[in-house]
Structures are given as structure tokens and as C-alpha cells.
Ligand binder design. Structure first.
Ligand code: FES
Length: 536
């Protein structure tokens, strides 16, 4: 799915060779994943020790022995988590989000000029603050009984408290719980711990910084989608490049030496040479035939094709042989960044973005929703099977993942590495917050399972606007169609020639048919697309 998701839309291709796409090759040393702060903001080490590399390489396709469990555990509640792209947050209203099993309310604090992330629970009687409003003074107001909170969580107003009575709003129990939050790379991040020791955590530690996302010479479009399967399944799916063709629909350039075998299957699977390079509690790196990957625990999975060295020469013999690689193409960079968010058991969220430093103009003229339609189709293609796959794992919970699955090829190396990491540092599972149980939710009807409206559209400002516009257009077409027929019927036959009548009626029919087509388009792209592999 990873490569397919990142592939630019088909309309951008001038031919199957996709002329302006870069070969996606750039050097690992140029991956600028670093923090702007010099403090210990990025714990990722780009250069592995020899011992680390050797240890990682030995675990290419085999799961570590089950006894290989580290005493040092990954602290899931002492990490930064992406919440949402800023562009999709409406400052006029609070937003409900769930991350790590914690219900959050995200709202724009006008006084501080920043987004705040609170526990989505009013201290009065636990009503969800996300159902409230931002009041005229810029405070978050619970709409159940009207309590108001400032950006620090202080209760500023209790309508029921007498003016001459005790100042009950100043009591600590009247305060809302505030999570540390931070805006970086046009994404809102939060730290899932309200312990006072983390209040200023952003001064000591920052989320992984991706320089390209703030680089004006790059363009990128972010998207977000909720899924009815868990974080583990989502991240595995994105780490598995083998279930999509490298040259997905001809959109990605493939070195000639890596061309598909004549008997390749319809899904385009190919042998992949994935080598693990580093592995530690903070994540791992891997190199594949013509790609480079990083997992920065717990959320960021970063993939690129780092074949070209710093001086512009190819570092892979496969690529060196590919005469189609031009120097000017090498300066083009294209990155695939996935942020996989644990929402709750059986629920996850993906934020994706693909910065590139070429064809920047495309994103300036094509609306964001247009790209999302294509990305959603790709995401839908695996959705149902991943949902079912997770339930099969759950049914066999007594058996370890390594025993359940047979992964004999290197194509699964990163999937194995992720499961190894999860078992070694987190006992094989995500420790959810107190509000979530480990039980998977029941499977809803397929139409609900693959719903696009609640899983994406309501969270995406661009798709919301597009939906409003297209619905208005559909209605307008119907009004014009019916009005035309009505006018023809109302006008006396003698005043309208046969030709004029035929033209008007034909136009009315055309408008009506177009409105019906539009209705189908809207439903398929904004509500539900019944993806069926058998007929694709
Ligand atoms: S529950 Fe929020 S004000 Fe009463």
C-alpha cells in the first residue's frame, strides 16, 4: 500500500513511464529528519554501531526468539503523538479526537494563539467538552451546565455559583486536565500524560522533525483517515511493500534490472531484498532494493528511495546499470511519510504526506480533496481484509504472532522487525489508556466498516467543502432540469418552435442525467466505495 499511496494521481502522468516523477532515489545521508531544537529532541541515531547492524541483519525474516524480551520497556505514555494536520482543524469549534485510548478535545485558544488539547471530560459531571463551544471570550465552554475554561484548564466561570458565594471555580477540582501539545510540521502533536512533570516537555523533547515539510521549495498534501483495525495492523501494512507492484499502474519508475518477472502475479508481487540496518527501542531502519525506511517509534514510518549518494553517483549497482537515471532527476526528491496513530483496540488513524520538490505547481491548482479521493480508494483496497485479519489474530490470541504467521521471504523483513520490536519492548501489544479495553469492537456491516464520511470527510476541511459544493451543484442541475421542462410545458406550443422545444427538453434530460451521475460520484467518493478485488 505504501508505494501505491504515495504515487501521484494518474492524471499527472504523461505516459506509463511517468515522465516528471523522480526515480525516488536519494541518499540516506540526506534524509533530514532532525529536530530544530538542539536538545534531546530526536533520539534516533542515523549511524548504527556495527553490533547493532549485525544484530539487526540477522533478524531479517525470522522473528526473534520469544525469550528475547527486553527489560527496558517502551513507555507509550511518554511520547509525542500526532493528532491532526492543522489545516483540518476548525478554529471556531472544539474537535473530539481519540489517541492511545484517551478521549481528547482539541480547541483553538485565542488568548494564547495556539491549539490546546484537554481531556475530553468536564470536571463537573464528565460531559464531553468536545460537544461544547468556544465562547465569545475565547474560552472552552461545556454546554451541559455552561462551565468555562481557559487554555491552562482553569475554570473561569460557573454560572450556578452565586457571585457572593465561595469562589468554587478556583478550586483545583474545577479545572480541566490539560495535555502538553506542540505544533510542528503543520501538525498538532500531543503528549498523553497530564503529570505536572511533563508540563513543559516541549522544551526538552520534541516530536520527530521533518525538515522538508517546512521547506518552501517542497510541496506536500496531508491527508487523514480512520480505520476499523488496530495500529499494529496499520503499521505492518504500510511497512509491507510487497503486496503492491513497484510499478503500481506504471506510476513509479523501476530500475530495469528489477523489472517484473514474466510470471508475476496480478498483484505485482516481486522478490524484495530488504536488509535491516539498525534496531533499538526507538525504532529501526531498513534498506531495500531501491528504498530506505525508518520507523521512529511509535508513530512515524518514513520511506524513501535513497540510492543516490551525496555526490550524485548511484550507490546501488542495480541503479548504476539503469541508464535512465539522469543527474537532474536525482536532485528531485520525493518522500513518503506515514504517521500511524494508535486510537484504541481495533481502531487506528493514519496521517500521510508526501513532500516533493518538483511539480510544485500541481498542488497549487488541484484542490486537496481531489488527491484524497484517489488515496481513499487505495486505502479502501486493503481495509476489509485487514479488519478480518486482525480478528483472526485475536481469535488465536493464545498463539504467538510468530507462530501464527509464516514469513519465509525478505519482503516481510520490516513486518517481522516491527513485531520483534513490539514484543521486545512492549510485550507484543499496545498498553491502552484506562478508557479502552483490549477487546476488539464487533464487526459492523461492510458499508459501515468502509465508511468514508466519518472516517475521513468530516475530518478534512477540503473534502467537506468539496462535498458541499458538489451537493449544491447536483441540486442546481436538478432544479434547472425540472424548471426547463416546466417552462416548456407552460409556454404555449405556438410560441416555441419544435427545434427549440427539442433543444430545451434535451438539455433538461442532460442536466438530470448529469445530476444522477454526480449523485453516484458523491456517494462513491465521499460516503462508501464497495471495493471488490475480484472485479478490479
Ligand atoms: S457537565 Fe460540564 S458544566 Fe456540567
Amino acid at each position: 500500500m505504501a508505494a501505491a499511496l504515495a504515487a501521484p494521481p494518474r492524471f499527472l502522468t504523461s505516459s506509463s513511464s511517468y515522465s516528471f516523477l523522480p526515480p525516488l532515489f536519494f541518499p540516506p545521508t540526506r534524509v533530514r529528519l532532525s529536530s530544530p531544537a538542539k536538545s534531546a529532541t530526536l533520539r534516533w541515531r542515523l549511524s548504527p554501531s556495527a553490533a547493532e547492524a549485525a544484530a539487526a541483519a540477522s533478524a531479517v525474516t525470522e522473528a526473534d526468539p520469544e525469550s528475547d524480551v527486553d527489560k527496558v520497556k517502551f513507555d507509550w505514555f511518554a511520547q509525542w503523538y500526532p493528532v491532526a494536520p492543522l489545516v483540518d482543524l476548525d478554529k471556531r469549534r472544539p474537535h473530539a479526537k481519540t489517541v492511545m485510548g484517551l478521549d481528547l478535545v482539541v480547541w483553538w485558544d485565542r488568548a494564547e494563539g495556539r491549539w490546546q488539547v484537554f481531556d475530553d471530560r468536564c470536571p463537573h459531571r464528565l460531559a464531553p467538552l468536545s460537544e461544547g463551544r468556544v465562547d465569545p471570550w475565547g474560552r472552552l465552554q461545556c454546554v451541559y451546565h455552561g462551565w468555562c475554561f481557559d487554555g491552562a484548564g482553569n475554570c473561569k466561570y460557573i454560572p450556578q455559583a452565586p457571585i457572593d458565594g465561595p469562589p468554587v471555580n478556583t478550586y483545583s477540582r474545577a479545572c480541566a486536565s490539560v495535555y502538553p501539545s506542540f505544533e510542528q510540521n503543520k501538525i498538532l502533536w500531543f503528549w498523553p500524560n497530564t503529570n505536572p512533570q511533563y508540563k513543559n516537555i516541549a522544551e526538552r523533547e520534541r516530536p520527530p522533525y521533518i525538515e522538508e515539510l517546512d521547506d518552501p521549495s517542497y510541496t506536500s498534501i496531508a491527508g487523514m483517515r480512520d480505520f476499523p483495525f488496530g495500529y499494529e495492523v496499520l503499521i505492518e501494512n504500510l511497512m509491507d511493500p510487497s503486496h503492491v507492484p513497484y510499478a503500481h499502474r506504471g506510476l513509479m519508475r523501476v530500475p530495469k534490472s528489477l523489472k517484473a518477472r514474466p510470471n508475476s502475479d496480478r498483484e505485482g508481487g516481486e522478490p524484495l531484498d530488504i536488509k535491516m540496518e539498525t534496531s533499538s527501542i526507538t525504532g529501526f531502519t531498513a534498506r531495500r532494493n531501491f528504498g530506505f525506511n525508518k520507523f521512529i517509534a511509535p508513530c512515524v514510518f518514513y520511506t524513501s528511495s535513497p540510492i543516490v549518494s551525496g555526490n550524485g553517483s548511484a550507490s546501488s549497482s542495480d541503479v548504476q546499470k539503469d541508464s535512465s537515471l539522469k543527474t537532474h532527476q536525482m536532485s528531485r526528491r520525493f518522500l513518503i511519510i506515514f504517521m500511524c496513530i494508535p486510537v484504541g483496540p481495533g481502531r487506528s488513524r493514519l496521517i500521510y504526506t508526501f513532500p516533493r520538490n518538483f511539480a510544485v505547481w500541481v498542488n497549487q491548482i488541484i484542490p486537496r480533496w481531489f488527491f484524497h479521493v484517489g488515496q481513499n480508494l487505495i486505502l479502501d483496497s486493503d481495509l476489509y481484509l485487514l479488519h478480518i485479519e486482525e480478528r483472526k489474530f485475536a481469535k488465536a490470541a493464545a498463539t504467538s504472532w510468530a507462530k501464527l504467521c509464516f514469513l519465509p521471504t525478505k519482503a516481510d523483513a520490516m513486518v517481522v522487525a516491527f513485531r520483534n520490536w513490539l514484543r521486545k519492548y512492549s510485550n507484543g501489544q499496545v498498553p491502552w489508556g484506562t478508557t479502552a479495553t483490549q477487546q476488539l469492537p464487533p464487526t459492523p456491516p461492510r458499508e459501515q466498516l468502509m465508511d468514508r464520511y466519518w472516517s475521513h470527510v468530516v475530518q478534512c476541511s477540503s473534502c467537506q467543502n468539496a462535498l458541499k459544493f458538489l451537493k449544491a451543484l447536483e441540486l442546481s442541475l436538478q432544479i434547472v432540469a425540472f424548471a426547463s421542462v416546466g417552462i416548456v410545458a407552460a409556454i404555449k406550443q405556438s410560441t416555441l418552435s419544435t427545434i427549440s422545444t427539442t433543444i430545451v427538453v434535451s438539455m433538461a434530460v442532460l442536466f438530470f442525467v448529469t445530476s444522477k451521475w454526480l449523485s453516484h460520484f458523491i456517494y462513491k467518493n465521499f460516503y462508501y466505495h464497495g471495493y471488490d478485488h475480484a472485479f478490479r
